[in-house]
Design a binder for this molecule. Sequence first.
Ligand code: ADP
Length: 169
Amino acid sequence: MSTTLTLTRGDITEQAVDAVVNAANSTLLGGGGVDGAIHRRGGPDILEECRALRDGTYFRGLPTGAAVATTAGRLPARWVIHTVGPRFTHQEDRSELLASCYRESLRVADELGARTVAFPAISAGIYGWPMEDAARIAVETVRAAQTSVEEVRFILFDEAAYEAFARQV
Ligand code: ADP
């Protein structure tokens, strides 16, 4: 089955989709950017589940490129899929880890039975990935993925991000 890719300018916490993807950090205990917005708007249930994950399977933290789901609390979505993007560096090519965030999030979405999934531009904020390249990796990886997800919606926070993604689709 083919997956439809769509672009929306806006705030990921407002998306009425089955699952929203969080650009988390490995602590799973909150941060800035998308992560901060999701925990603020979603309420304490999300953090509580994240803490439980840290007490169990992910006691060392969620590895970069991996993904795990929790409830979405008060968000319109049903689930939050947390993934940890790589920090951008000129010293090392971490593209494969960024691609892994998209692939692993879609794998988790398939496990949940999610049909619509919203992604932010993972790593392209605090983690410093150049937007043009982040958009290319995001779109190429989602296009190549084997998934039952019917719609992948990229949520772009500003015009520059939207334009960068629009050049790739
Ligand atoms: P990372 O730490 O992986 O770089 P960030 O959350 O800092 O993640 O940023 C990722 C991208 O998401 C950036 O382009 C940022 O502008 C954007 N962003 C920040 N807040 C939101 C939001 N509420 N909804 C959608 N995108 C957002």
